[in-house]
Design a protein around this ligand. Structure first.
Ligand code: ZN
Ligand code: ZN
Length: 259
């Protein structure tokens, strides 16, 4: 299996995950004008996408969903509550193929096996493991801490996409209002570089080939800081990169070839 970030930051998040037969979009926070060009950069068109999975209802994860569904009418998967929240917002009314995923249970989307689990954010949020082509990927973003269930579930993964949102030191000089900083640092906010590193250390990740750090704050983090921090907690052979903000990154299989 392989994956590619289309955009990863506090402004817009969207990641493609695919095995040989199934291609899904995880979140669709892209602007309307970026949808086709960003997919094109990844070598895809809307017609290649089999389903959309949504982690939560924040705008940086769902802004472009209604535009994408106009291009390509595919099922949308998330927890029952998140789907209800999306359907209640006026722009999604009338769309019929919203499919509820049961947290903590394996479900198939095409040939991919998906196992969703609850995260700790200020709205209901889910993370995933994906299995396909005999490999497994962990996907975790927008959470105040990494839940214990992930530590176990992620021990055997081949690939990991994980939030490394902010640098706690940089927050001391941040232009953000104090209440926003308090929210982001709290147990229902975002993972700091430090928390991300600790989670990587606890997971062990002895089989993991590639770790991609995502959702980096453009104001209160720097890729080199996030990477230097995470590197300390990973086995030496693990490829480590940060996903670029506002533009598509490089497919995971190409990143591994480069390394
Ligand atoms: Zn977000
Ligand atoms: Zn969020």
């Amino acid at each position: 299996m392989k994956f590619c970030s289309l955009s990863s930051c506090s402004y817009a998040n969207s990641i493609i995950v695919q095995d040989k037969n199934t291609c899904v979009l995880v979140d669709c926070g892209l602007r309307k004008r970026d949808l086709k060009p960003f997919l094109d950069k990844a070598g895809l068109s809307p017609g290649d996408i089999d389903a959309v999975l949504i982690t939560h209802r924040h705008i940086d994860h769902v802004y472009g969903l209604k535009y994408f569904l106009k291009e390509r009418d595919v099922p949308v998967y998330s927890s029952a509550l998140i789907l209800k929240q999306l359907l209640e917002s006026i722009s999604f009314r009338g769309h019929s193929r919203f499919c509820a995923l049961r947290p903590d249970a394996e479900q198939n989307i095409g040939t991919l096996t998906v196992n969703p689990f609850r995260l700790s954010h200020d709205v209901e949020t889910i993370g995933f493991t994906f299995s396909g082509d005999g490999e497994k990927m962990g996907f975790i973003t927008d959470t105040g801490f990494v839940p214990g269930c992930c530590m176990q579930a992620f021990q055997s993964i081949d690939y990991l996409y994980i939030e490394s949102n902010h640098d706690v030191e940089m927050y001391k000089h941040s232009a953000k209002p104090p209440q926003v900083i308090r929210r982001n640092l709290g147990s229902t906010g975002h993972l700091s570089n430090e928390q991300c590193g600790q989670a990587l250390g606890s997971m062990g990740l002895s089989n993991c080939k590639l770790v991609v750090l995502g959702h980096l704050s453009e104001e209160d983090n720097e890729p080199r800081r996030a990477i230097a921090n995470a590197r300390q907690f990973l086995p030496p052979g693990t490829t480590l990169v940060s996903a670029p903000p506002r533009i598509p990154g490089i497919w995971s299989d190409q990143l591994l070839k480069k390394d």
